[in-house]
Design a protein around this ligand. Structure first.
Ligand SMILES: Cc1cc2nc3c(=O)[nH]c(=O)nc-3n(C[C@H](O)[C@H](O)[C@H](O)COP(=O)(O)O)c2cc1C
Ligand code: SF4
Length: 506
């Protein structure tokens, strides 16, 4: 009997290790021979720990499993039976390109990785010139999944064309946005896809060294990635002669310093160099003067882990999915007060309302949805009236929001949006690197101004708007520059939460 249980840290936090122990001891008691393989997560976090039992080549799910369910799972009588996992609505509705293997394979088996399409892209890339690789990524329309949505191929072209004795690939695995976990999930569930993507990037731009800047709060992902790098090196995927191509690429994992701003690419580079995580002025662009002053590609985990499938299936296959200038798939991370939280990969174009209500199933509390913060702590609070906004970079921009790393945090009607606006300003104050005044001082004044509004001072609201304008226009990076998004979206869309306090004081 072959059973699979995720070793993903969300599944483990929900008791996956205890369930494995219970399954093994129930198997011994029943005299059943059982092989348990640990996988990544399928992304259905509300069903974790999700146990999958293979019957005639089909995986049948049981979840959320408790240790006490073990015996009934083994004899097939469990009330937690969900049927074939691939047939579940959540799975069937997805377009899994980046996450195709996540939850399916043993994350640390290079053989299983290859058996499921792994390394096809790198082999193809090894036979191409650097410029051909860059052209392929450009043609796919892939845009950075870390936040800004900058075209990946154009960034690679700059590094490809730059002169330098040494170039670098730096993977941004700081994943600081609230409600996001796609980077963690792929690193824990399909680490070779990131390694392969970084190797392809290296061959593409002529970089022979790579670093993954991985947040220290992800010990499981760090351990899996470190082991995967060793295995990839032993398997000839990394090293002096990548898959016999005669080209070198090797990489290592570096732990982050635990600051939100260290996810900003120049601050990250400083931290990687052992300096204080403070933002650098641009220019120079990291593509020209990045890590140790050398031409450097800085890309998000999902951007890089998507490159292998682009090279495997061809740029056109990827570009055929999506909406407008947002090509391919978006890996939605649905979290907060939501009935079905998890990772859902779909072509760009799904509406926000569909994502929250149909996929996420509405709130966990059963109360009406009030707001959804999209794109992390710097993203706008989208009201229900904006639920028809399609998920696309330009479409969200036109609606006053941003997609960012595609985290959706759902709030029900009990949320106090004045308190949320205050939280956004306070977050900025706490996480500011301190380099520029509008952010360092502005965020503190912002908290004070919101406290005045809460205390019923009507003159404070125009002051807040003014302050937000200054932060937007005068900040060096998006931490100070985008904090006005959550703050002003709360003011504009949920005026009642701000008016009540004013009226109370009148
Ligand atoms: C305050 C701040 C925090 C950021 N945090 C992250 C992060 O955690 N992960 C990430 O990939 N990008 C983050 N970014 C965006 C990066 O600066 C950069 O745009 C990104 O790593 C580029 O990769 P991409 O083109 O693949 O998206 C952050 C930006 C800012 C301003
Ligand atoms: S906006 Fe804030 S985080 Fe960004 S450089 Fe200025 S002080 Fe630092």
């Amino acid at each position: 009997m072959h059973i699979r249980v995720p070793m993903d840290s969300a599944a483990k936090a929900l008791g996956a290790d205890d369930v494995v122990r219970a399954l093994e001891s129930a198997a011994r008691a029943a005299g059943v021979e059982v092989t348990v393989t640990r996988t990544g997560s399928r992304g259905m976090v509300w069903l974790e720990p999700l146990v999958e039992v293979e019957i005639d080549g089909v995986r049948h799910g049981y979840g959320p499993a408790l240790p006490s369910d073990a015996a009934a799972i083994l004899d097939g009588s469990s009330s937690k039976a969900l049927g074939p996992v691939e047939e579940l609505d959540w799975m069937k509705r997805q377009t899994r390109l980046t996450f195709a293997r996540c939850g399916v394979i043993d994350p640390l088996s290079l053989a299983e990785y290859e058996a499921h399409g792994g390394l096809v892209g790198l082999r193809r890339a090894a036979a191409m010139s650097g410029q051909e690789i860059v052209e392929e990524v450009k043609a796919s329309g892939l845009r950075g999944r870390g936040g800004a949505g900058f075209p990946t191929g154009i960034k690679w072209q700059t590094v490809h064309d730059a002169e330098g004795p040494q170039k670098y690939i730096v993977c941004n695995a700081d994943e600081g946005d609230s409600g996001t976990f796609a980077d963690r999930m792929i690193m824990e569930g399909d680490p070779f896809s990131l390694i392969e993507g970084m190797a392809i990037a290296g061959l593409g731009v002529g970089a022979t060294r790579g670093y993954v800047y991985l947040r220290s709060e992800y010990p499981d992902a760090i351990a899996v990635m470190r082991r995967a790098v060793e295995l990839a090196r032993a398997g000839g995927v990394l090293g002096a002669d990548v898959l016999g191509s005669g080209q070198a690429f090797d990489m290592e994992i570096r732990e982050g310093a635990g600051a939100y701003v260290c996810g900003e690419e120049t601050s990250l580079l400083n931290s990687l160099e052992g300096k204080r995580g403070v933002v650098r002025a641009k220019p120079p662009l990291p593509a020209l003067e990045g890590f140790l002053g050398r031409p450097t590609v800085v890309n998000n985990v999902i951007s890089l882990a998507t490159v292998p499938v682009i090279l495997e299936k061809g740029a056109q296959h990827y570009a055929d999915f999506g909406l407008g200038r947002s090509r391919g798939t978006v890996t939605l991370q649905i979290a907060g007060n939501v009935a079905r939280g998890g990772l859902f990969e779909t072509a760009f174009g799904l509406s926000l309302g569909e994502a929250v209500n149909e996929i996420g199933g509405g709130t966990a509390s059963g109360r009406p949805v009030k707001a959804v913060q999209v794109g992390g702590p710097l993203g706008a609070y989208m009201p229900v009236e904006k639920f028809d906004t399609p998920l696309g970079y330009e479409e969200f921009d036109a609606a006053g929001g941003l997609i960012g790393h595609a985290g959706l945090v759902v709030f029900d009607d009990s949320a106090d949006m004045l308190a949320m606006a205050r939280f956004a300003m306070e977050f900025c104050a706490v996480e500011s690197c301190g380099k520029c005044t509008p952010c360092r001082i502005g965020s503190i004044r912002g908290v004070e101004t919101l406290d005045r509004i809460a205390a019923g001072d009507p003159s404070a609201l125009p002051l807040l708007e003014d302050l937000c304008e200054t932060m937007k226009d005068g900040s060096l990076c998006a931490l100070g520059g985008f904090t006005p998004y959550p703050v002003m979206s709360a003011v504009r869309h949920f005026a009642d939460d701000f008016a009540t306090s004013k009226e109370a004081a009148q």
